[in-house]
Design a protein. Structure first.
Length: 367
């Protein structure tokens, strides 16, 4: 690294303290130069590992001269506990199924979408999704999303039969499908019994019992239950299975390898996880800077980066217009607005009820 590059990286906040001290000596950058560097931004963000790089919030870095401070968490439960214990963060990156933990703990404050220049371009279905809106107020600016659906071989599945969750229950595909090791099978069974997308997250004991024969049928039809998506990818590529419960990355990976695979938008609904930015009311940072950070996250430029590098979707519809068309196609998304209009967003399940879902799934797997 040459001297000018060192100074530039230091100014952007891209060097650790140890790197700054070592580099200052090596390149003759004294305290006078270092004192002119921008002060550390007071904004504090609770974030997932890997999402703390400037590519995710480029316009914020351009405006403020560097990134905010980050505290990395492993899961939302840990993050809630940390904030309740007194950690003063300004922004959190939760998902729709967990944001209620923050709102119920009275740790959030409403987001004024009028202060976000990119809000008008956020996909409509995401602007009003449960978890984005809580008790009539926007508490989360939707940013990144992904799906759980069916990946199927177009050369081995008859047209239309891969576009329904029923494929896992059809005798003709017995031994030719694979499913993930998750109680989401119970929710899918609920959908096929006619329960609404809202009801499947809050089924009664009687309704749960009604799903059991279907879940048993699903397990019986499966070639295997996967815990690592690599297992599914290999089986689809070889033709060992013709369809499987999959995440977006499976279609992206296999498509790049030339495998004729399609990502379904099941007629009963496509499961969708959605995460975004929430303002916390315990932060001590500049609120205007917090809005700049959120606006950067929901910008089309950040969306382009996410689509092209992670295989995840983004809330800004314009991101799909500027992203590499091949990468958009690899997501299995032709029209993001239409795609998400049929989304079934993952919702929190009350702990006692969730335990019953898991118990039913484990019982069916053991048969």
């Amino acid at each position: 690294m040459n001297r000018l590059k060192f100074i530039d990286r230091m100014a952007q906040g891209k060097l650790t303290r140890r790197q700054m001290i070592a580099g200052a000596g090596a390149f003759g950058v004294g305290l006078t130069v270092m004192s002119r560097m921008p002060k550390a931004d007071p904004l504090v963000c609770l974030e997932w590992a890997g999402y703390d790089t400037p590519d995710h919030f480029g316009s914020y870095v351009a405006k403020h001269g560097g990134p905010p401070s980050f505290s990395i968490f492993a899961n939302e439960t840990e993050a809630v506990q940390k904030v309740r214990a007194g950690f003063n963060a300004d922004i959190m990156h939760p998902c729709t199924y967990s944001v209620v933990r923050f709102t119920e703990a009275k740790l959030t404050k409403p987001i004024d979408t009028g202060r976000l220049s990119n809000w008008p371009d956020v996909i409509p279905a995401l602007q009003t999704a449960d978890g984005v809106v809580v008790d009539g107020e926007v508490v989360m600016a939707p940013a990144d999303w992904g799906n759980s659906s069916i990946a199927y071989r177009t050369d081995m599945v008859e047209e239309g039969e891969g576009e329904t969750w029923k494929i896992f229950f059809e005798d003709k595909y017995s031994g030719k499908v694979a499913f993930t090791d998750s109680e989401v099978a119970v929710e899918i069974a609920g959908l096929l019994l006619g329960y609404s997308p809202k009801k499947i997250w809050e089924m009664s004991d009687e309704e749960l019992a009604a799903t059991k024969p279907l879940v048993q049928k699903l397990v019986k039809n499966c070639r295997f239950i996967w815990s690592d998506p690599t297992e599914l990818n290999q089986a689809l590529a070889s033709g060992e299975v013709v369809a499987g419960y999959a995440w977006n990355e499976t279609v992206k990976t296999l498509g790049a390898e030339g495998v004729p695979v399609k990502y379904a938008v099941p007629k009963e609904g496509i499961f969708t996880w959605l995460c975004g930015m929430t303002l916390l009311n315990v932060g001590k940072g500049d609120e205007a800077a917090a809005y700049d950070f959120i606006d950067a996250w929901i910008s089309p430029e950040t969306g382009k980066y996410l689509i092209e590098t992670t295989g995840y979707g983004h809330s800004n519809r314009k991101a799909f217009e500027i992203a590499d068309p091949a990468q958009v196609k690899a997501l299995g998304v032709t029209d993001p607005v239409k795609h998400l209009a049929n989304g079934i967003f993952f919702q929190p399940v009350e702990a006692e009820r969730e335990a019953k879902y898991i118990k039913l799934w484990e019982e069916c797997k053991a048969l």
